[in-house]
Design a protein around this ligand. Structure first.
Ligand SMILES: Cc1ncc(COP(=O)(O)O)c(C=O)c1O
Length: 504
């Protein structure tokens, strides 16, 4: 056996291949490893296909196929009438360093992969701000819904029906802003439930609010433009704007929502991001006078308002509040909603209602930049809405979450003790998926988050949502997916964590 045959036989024997991997792939992989490790060095002549086949006890055609693949990928060169030679990988990839010996004992260049190029400046920025990592879901993580109440069976039936119909057109990319019946169902829903002024042409299906925001940031603003954002702010929106090079101008939020001051009005925003129905994370509802004032400012400044209506389905008493978009007579508002909360985040379906002049540019950019798809899911969702299952589901989870909210409030009040209870304020509005427990200024909410994590609880510090001082201290406590029994148990633990944090 030649040294090269020996080497390949040994490499094949050591490799941990999938049992169904064909012989020719095994040989090809083994040769690649030997070449990369420079055990088969550049310029080495491989055995003839006949000899190697006989040395390894395999068919010659198998060797021919493996050599063919290696040649096609540039690992070896076939020289007519002479044989097959290992290629010099340095010529293929620059930046490889030297070392190692080949089977003939000659010193050769060690081809190692060149270090990955450093990130772009944008990449550096993006990763520097990374904030979206999810820890394991533990009790009280804010924003998480209870997926166990998802109507799996119903959904399965609708999904099966769509697949049974075998509509090839639904396997294509989604063009024209998404599946028309879904856009119609959303139009109806928004008119009835959210008082949005909308016709079906204005509705575009996206893969969620994050994508809607990103499209707006790309199409409506240039790098260096200013975006007014609520302070404290939803980190997802903040990240998108930063990623697109926008300057964030934080505007303080109080009990009536975004509170514009003269120093804010002295700046020129291109975009204004708001969550007027239920400010994230404080829960404030923007007052009517503030809504009107904001719309006026948008006209005067020629700015676009991005209304993120992410959780308006979760209003536990009274009617849901009307959307800001419904008050807009000047077409300054881009309204966005999502099925992430009300169905499940992985569905990746959201929607945007764009002013008429933006519809065509948005649709073409959506197609060019994102290549939307998932029409099968959109079709099932359209049926889910048209058949009334959506309304039933919302009603059901609204009841569940409302009761859990009350249980959490009661449990905390019961276990905080009179002294701590006087020092904290538990949010009282009747909506959303989390409560805010506001803490006194001296409390360190970041340290409390760490303390809570040690107790197996996941709560978020309010101060971390702020862009500028002064920050308010508090904890965001999610209740939607925690069962009442668990709320009673873990709520007591949380109360003791809070007690320790407010002690002077
Ligand atoms: C304020 C806010 N907007 C939007 C979303 C949902 O966005 P998406 O549709 O991208 O899942 C969330 C989710 O946590 C949110 O908190």
């Amino acid at each position: 056996m030649s040294p090269a045959s020996d080497l390949l036989a040994a490499t094949l024997a050591q490799a941990d291949f999938h049992p169904r991997l064909p012989q020719q792939r095994r040989l090809y992989e083994a040769a690649k490893v030997a070449i990369h490790q420079n055990r088969l060095g550049a310029g080495n002549k491989l055995p003839s296909t006949r000899d190697l086949a006989s040395d390894l006890g395999i068919a010659r055609n198998t060797v021919i196929a493996a050599f063919g693949q290696l040649a096609a990928e540039g690992y070896v060169n076939s020289v007519l009438g002479s044989g097959t030679y290992v290629a010099d990988l340095r010529e293929l990839a620059r930046g490889m360093r030297s070392g190692g010996k080949d089977v003939t004992g000659q010193q050769h260049t060690m081809p190692t992969v060149a270090p990955a190029p450093p990130l772009s400046r944008r990449g550096e920025e993006l990763t520097r701000y990374a904030a979206g990592a999810r820890y394991e879901i533990q009790p009280f993580a804010p924003g998480d819904a209870d997926f166990s109440s998802f109507p799996f069976k119903q959904w399965q039936r609708l999904q099966n029906r769509v697949w049974r119909e075998a509509r090839a057109d639904l396997l294509d990319y989604g063009q024209c802003g998404g599946y028309l019946p879904l856009r119609q169902a959303i139009t109806e829903y928004l008119r009835l439930s959210r008082s949005v002024k909308v016709s079906v042409e204005q509705v575009m299906i996206t893969s969620g609010t994050q994508q809607s925001l990103d499209l707006c940031a790309q199409l409506l603003a240039d790098a260096g433009d200013t975006a007014w954002v609520e302070d404290p702010c939803y980190w997802g929106a903040r990240r998108v704007f930063q990623a697109r090079g926008l300057k964030l101008h934080p505007v303080t939020v109080d009990a009536d929502g975004m509170a514009l001051e003269p120093e804010d009005l002295a700046t020129r925003p291109r975009l204004v991001y708001v969550t007027p129905s239920h400010q994230y994370p404080t829960g404030a509802v923007m007052s009517l006078s503030r809504r009107r004032a904001l719309l006026d400012v948008a006209v005067r400044k020629n700015a676009w308002i991005l209304e993120d209506d992410y959780d308006s389905e979760f209003r536990y008493t009274g009617r849901p509040l009307a959307a800001l978009q419904g008050l807009d007579h000047d077409n300054r508002v881009v309204y966005m909603g999502t099925f992430s909360k009300v169905l499940y985040p992985g569905i990746k379906v959201g929607y945007m209602v764009a002013p008429r002049e933006l519809v065509e540019p948005f649709k073409s950019a959506l197609y060019d930049l994102q290549r939307p798809g998932q029409l099968m899911v959109q079709a099932a969702l359209a049926d889910f809405m048209a058949l009334g299952h959506f309304t039933t589901h919302v009603r059901k989870i609204r009841q569940i979450y409302g009761a859990r909210r009350e249980t959490l409030r009661r449990t905390l009040a019961q276990h905080l003790g009179a002294k701590a209870a006087q020092l904290v304020a538990i949010s009282s509005e009747e909506s959303g998926l989390h409560l805010v427990v506001e803490l006194p200024d001296w409390a360190d909410d970041v340290a409390l988050q760490a303390l809570a994590r040690e107790a197996g609880l996941s709560v978020y510090p309010l101060s971390s949502y702020y862009l500028a001082p002064p920050v308010r201290r508090g904890l965001l406590v999610g209740y939607a997916y925690v069962t009442p029994e668990k709320i009673a148990y873990y709520g007591k633990l949380l109360a003791s964590v809070i007690q320790s944090g407010v002690r002077r």
